[in-house]
Design a protein around this ligand. Structure first.
Ligand code: PLP
Length: 360
């Protein structure tokens, strides 16, 4: 707890009735809480002027570096309300440490993990009434981000940086039942090469994924799958989710880290699956192994994972000229892993791994 956070409450918080109406049907990323957290950095002063103020627009000089050179990183996490009314986050130190790794790659200053967690806790505490009641898989999605806020068009790491946290109530990801995804294999675009930014959580990776995601939608698919940039042969991940493959003998494979984003959900699933007796391999898996494995029945389940959806089954893989799969039902292990994770997050199962962090 090293940040000295001043709090200036919003003069116009939403009424209880307005909050209730939003929480009844929050959607995703549409509504924002009453407040936001901000802290600034300069080389001379380090991190300073930490504050929680009313949520609202930023005033930015048109020459602000992030608008031109995309020196930006972010995180995504959730706060969950348990049955006893308490509010918790899931492995926030992991998000904090990943942001430190991202900041190295993007030449941004390091925000210490303790300060990151303190900032998130402070905002969630001020906006506690935005964390929905338990029981419906609603949550408060939290978006910490760091931007190059110096007004300067020269190309070098910014000398003025701003870290902020905003929060947005999120509905259950699957309304009306879990429906397996159809994925589109892009053979034209890649998301990250060796030495690139693939392992950093940065807006640039999303900017580069959008045209491929649009191609997926045009092909009638839900999401795009990227292959490695060097050989165009090994499965990497989706635009914002990691991938898992379940084999007939019970072992599980997930692509190794390096050019993919090191998902916190991905890492939790390794622990959960191993605990329930499944051997987990982190290794390269080729697109041929995927296609042939699903055709032959050697691969019995495919799923994707990330904070927003937790775990989502994959039914079909499509590419230019073919498709494989077609399952319209979620696999049993996919759903078992999903349930175990969600039960820990909502406090319905023992937190045997010590993943939950109590906010209030
Ligand atoms: C955030 C993200 C994920 C999922 O990470 P979680 O920590 O599990 O939410 C996967 N891929 C990309 C590209 C991401 O940005």
């Amino acid at each position: 707890m090293t940040l000295d956070i001043s709090i200036v409450p919003s003069a116009h918080p939403r009424s209880a009735a307005e909050v209730a109406e939003i929480l009844a049907n929050p959607g995703f990323g549409i509504h924002f809480t009453d407040h936001m957290f901000t802290v600034e950095w300069t080389p001379e002063k380090g991190w300073h002027d930490a504050r929680i103020t009313a949520y609202g627009p930023l005033t930015l000089d048109p020459a602000t570096a992030v608008l031109h050179y995309a020196q930006e990183i972010f995180e995504g996490m959730k706060a969950y309300r348990h049955d006893d009314g308490s509010v918790w986050t899931f492995r926030p130190e992991e998000n904090a440490q990943r942001m430190v790794r991202s900041s190295h790659r993007l030449a941004l200053p390091v925000l210490e993990a303790d300060d990151f967690v303190q900032a998130v806790d402070a905002l969630v505490t001020v906006d506690e009434r935005w964390v929905a009641e338990p029981g419906t898989e609603k949550s408060l999605y939290i978006r910490p981000f760091m931007i190059a806020s110096e007004a300067f068009l020269g190309v070098r790491p910014a000398q003025h940086v701003t870290f902020m946290v905003i929060a947005s109530p999120a509905g259950a990801y699957f309304k009306g039942g879990i429906k397996p995804l159809t994925l589109w294999l892009t053979e034209e675009y890649t998301r990250a090469g060796r030495g690139g930014m693939g392992a950093a959580k940065t807006g640039g990776n999303y900017a580069s994924s959008l045209v491929a995601q649009q191609e997926a939608i045009d092909q009638g698919c839900d999401q795009v799958v990227f292959l490695d940039a060097a050989e165009g042969r090994y499965v990497e991940e989706l635009g914002g989710m990691n991938m898992y493959f379940v084999y007939a003998d019970g072992h599980i494979v997930t692509p190794e880290t390096g050019t993919i984003l090191e998902g916190i959900t991905r890492s939790a699933i390794i622990d959960l699956a191993e605990k329930s007796g499944h051997q987990v391999e982190e290794r390269k898996i080729s697109i041929d192994e995927w296609r042939d494995g699903v055709s032959s029945g050697e691969i019995t389940e495919v799923f994707a994972c990330g904070t927003a959806a937790v775990v989502t089954p994959v039914g079909t893989l499509k590419w230019a000229g073919g498709e494989v799969g077609g399952s319209t039902e979620a696999g049993a292990l996919t759903m078992q892993i999903r349930q175990s994770l969600v039960d820990i997050q909502y406090g319905r199962a023992d937190d045997t791994f010590g993943w939950m962090h109590k906010v209030l």
